[in-house]
Ligand binder design. Structure first.
Ligand SMILES: [Fe+2]
Length: 203
């Protein structure tokens, strides 16, 4: 009897519809994330640093008055990635009257941004550390590695890279016993983990 397949993650092949609509429409891509904040200046400064000095593509002056979103006093859009017409944008909307974040409330849990490789992830760690931005936890998830940061409002921002350069190896890991037994992987100390991976030639 075959082993039950884990349903925690589907493979790429599982995720794509096989209907004719696929040809007509193709997959959607995430292109915008908007965060509300009452700490606009510190949030903007943090994300500018986080994205390597990326200046906002749109930065609307205070109290200009936006008819469609009257509660918003300022906004900015950071264009993180473009492959026109697809773009990926993180936006901040300032709403001075916001209440405190409620950890038990529904809503966004975290955002993940992926690096090209472990080498890039580790280099990013060093660049961010020199800007005073350090992760509050790090995980080797098995298929990938993640460093978790907290923005000034307490939103969780994950930086991630796969542990496998080939997609087939990455997808195969999701079907492995190792993965079935432990879908979250294990927490690591970022710096000793980076040292270990670099020393072994894995990064
Ligand atoms: Fe995540």
């Amino acid at each position: 009897m075959s082993q039950p397949q884990t349903e925690a993650y589907a493979t790429v092949a599982d995720q794509r519809p096989s209907t004719s609509d696929e040809l007509a429409l193709g997959p959607l891509q995430i292109s915008e994330i908007i965060l509300h904040t009452r700490s606009f200046d510190s949030m903007k400064a943090w994300y500018v640093d986080f994205f390597g000095g990326l200046k906002p593509a749109v930065d609307v002056a205070p109290n200009r008055g936006l008819k469609s979103i009257p509660d918003v006093t300022r906004l900015c859009f950071l264009r993180i990635h473009t492959n026109y017409p697809i773009t990926q944008v993180l936006g901040l909307f300032e709403i001075p009257e916001l209440g405190d974040r409620h950890p038990a409330g529904s809503g966004l849990n975290h955002m993940q941004f992926r690096e090209q490789s472990l080498q890039h992830l580790f280099r990013r760690y060093e660049v961010l550390k020199s800007a005073g931005i350090t992760p509050f936890k790090a995980y080797n998830h098995g298929p990938s590695t993640s460093f978790y940061y907290s923005d000034p409002d307490g939103n969780e921002v994950e930086l991630n890279a796969t542990n496998f350069s080939k997609e087939e190896d990455y997808l195969a890991f999701f079907q492995s016993d190792e993965y079935r037994k432990n879908v979250e992987g294990y927490q690591v100390d970022a710096e000793s983990y980076m040292h270990e991976k670099r020393t072994s030639g894995a990064a």
